[in-house]
Design a protein around this ligand. Structure first.
Ligand code: FAD
Length: 498
């Protein structure tokens, strides 16, 4: 794997493969265990396709009891486990390890309870994000966080990555819309966090689990809040001949006290690719395009659209078109939602980055990215949740050309460093995974990282769940709290550090 070290596979576990397969088959009979190369091949990567690794075994449990029994067996026998939903992670979160079981949760695909009076839906973790909205839309409800991958990604994966989407600016990320979870700990114990009730005493473990990237437990049930569809929603396409003007317009809209339902931005390369793919009617002549959606009562939407128009003009916008029907609004969004695959049509490969910055810094960071593009000799297409300051630069490269993947990764790392430098963070919604693991020290001090690992140790002392992800340096739990490097003498020199 290019440039990324993963924990060394445990030879003793590899040698016991046949025995582990038999034990898992006894827990999950029938087709619940996949142990042949052809059957396991679809699981060797997620949407960060530059990295591949065949797992030791794939297991597909169907019941909570099976999840608990598999985890208990792995815990007792020192076998690693990588939980997996639909495999759309862009940070390599679901990348298998050679000496670990890959636990796919996609057979957990049932909607368990729809409770309109409490505005809550309880589902199994393998239900797709869009599947929740589909189940409640006949009553005028929907589930707000809407990643572009919503047709495929699972709600379990959304919890693990704290996913967001174009509507997160106004309605929040996954963490703001989850009410309760059931999860199985690595020891096989089953715990429940939160529920339909408001608030709970004690530590807010529910919030901690959201975004825990499969490192703390396996989610087996999810209760989410659903919202009533707004009375009106209209979207405006706003074109600019300078990207920096578009960035300033975003900051000015929010500064004016307007919180759009969605506020997205595409640069020229991205909008042209999307237009060629979807024919959404985007202005090709623009250097940057904003999609601004206002929702709520009709009179409020009309008023706010007029305000947005004024702000756009003040920022030198030369193009503004407001949707006049629901069909047209959906077409405006179709281009944005298809922007990643659209960029995939103009380049053999791309790396999708994910950093977040204070939105005032948009013009500076966009200019900085142009300079970095020249430095690394690679093109970058920008598609992002501008209102949240959550950037998704797509770095275009060709994996068949020697050195291009490494150049793309170096470019990506520079972009994320720039995000941190201007007061932002390494990830907005795609998680750390393996992709940003080695950049964590850019953002966090050693004390910060050790404290985060103490939380990991409280849940998974043997470090069996999703190893090699998120933390750049592996600390044995026993040493946390007392490691002190004296004159270069590292204690516990036998611990693998990767
Ligand atoms: C084209 C495209 C567009 C995308 N757009 C967006 C976007 O707009 N916004 C956004 O936030 N993301 C986006 N993503 C990223 C991705 O879809 C999300 O991160 C999603 O939440 C991953 O869900 P998944 O089911 O595919 O999880 P996987 O990729 O299978 O796993 C992701 C992580 O979750 C863990 N996990 C999965 N299920 C469980 C479980 N039941 N219990 C515990 N841990 C679990 C895994 O161990 C892994 O760490 C996009 C991806 C693609 C390919």
């Amino acid at each position: 794997m290019a440039g990324l070290a993963m924990p060394q596979p445990d030879g003793a576990v590899l040698a016991r493969r046949a025995e582990i397969v038999s034990a898992l088959q006894a827990i999950v009979p029938g087709e619940g265990v996949i142990a042949d190369d052809t059957g396991m091949r679809p699981y060797e990567t997620d949407a960060l396709t530059a990295y591949r690794q065949m797992p030791l075994i794939v297991v597909l449990p169907e019941t909570v009891e099976q999840v608990a029994a598999v985890l208990r067996y792995c815990y007792d026998n020192g076998v690693k486990v990588v939980p997996r939903g639909a495999g759309t992670s862009l940070s390599g979160g679901a990348l298998p390890v050679a000496d670990g079981v890959l636990m796919s949760m996609m057979k957990f695909n049932r909607i368990l309870d729809i409770d309109f009076p409490n505005r809550a839906v309880t589902v199994q973790p393998g239900v797709t994000n869009l599947g929740i909205t589909r189940a409640v839309e006949h009553e005028g409800f929907y589930y707000a966080p809407d990643p572009s991958s919503q047709i495929a990604c699972s709600i379990g994966g959304n919890i693990a990555e704290n996913s967001g989407g174009v509507h997160s600016l106004k309605y929040g990320l996954t963490t703001n819309n989850v009410l309760g979870l059931e999860m199985v700990l690595v020891t096989g114990e089953v715990i429940r966090l939160g529920g339909k009730h408001l608030d709970a005493e004690g530590y807010d473990l529910l919030a901690m689990m959201t975004g825990s990237e499969g490192l703390l437990g396996v989610v087996t049930e999810v209760t989410v809040r659903i919202l009533q569809k707004p009375e009106t929603a209209r979207a405006a396409l706003v074109g600019f001949s300078a990207t920096e003007d578009a960035g300033r317009c975003v900051a000015d809209i929010i500064a004016a006290g307007i919180i759009p339902g969605g506020l997205e931005m595409m640069d020229k390369l991205a909008l042209e690719a999307a237009e060629d793919f979807v024919h959404a009617g985007y202005p090709r002549e623009a250097e940057a395009l904003l999609i601004v959606e206002l929702d709520g009562p009709e009179a409020e939407v009309d008023y706010l659209l007029a305000r947005v128009e004024e702000i756009a003009r003040a920022n030198n916008s030369g193009y503004l078109r407001v949707s006049t029907s629901e069909e047209e609004r959906m077409v405006f969004w179709a281009g944005r939602k298809a922007a990643f695959p659209a960029v995939g049509r103009i380049s053999p490969d791309y790396l999708c980055m994910d950093g977040t910055i204070p939105r005032r810094e948009l013009p500076r960071v966009l200019a900085g990215m142009r300079a970095l593009s020249e430095k690394h000799g690679l093109r970058v297409a920008n598609v992002f949740h501008a209102g949240d300051g959550n950037l998704h630069p797509l770095i275009l490269y060709d994996a068949n050309l020697p050195g291009e993947l490494e150049a793309a990764e170096a470019f990506g790392a520079d972009i994320l460093r720039l995000c941190v430098e201007v007061g932002g963070v390494l990830t907005g919604e795609h998680g750390v995974g393996i992709e940003k693991r080695d950049l964590m020290p850019e953002m966090f001090s050693e004390d910060d990282l050790r404290q985060q690992q103490r939380v990991k140790c409280a849940f998974d002392e043997r470090q069996l769940l999703n190893p090699g992800k998120v933390f750049p340096v592996l600390h044995r739990c026993a040493e946390l709290g007392r490691m002190h490097v004296h004159k270069g003498q590292m204690p516990f020199p036998d611990i693998p550090r990767f």
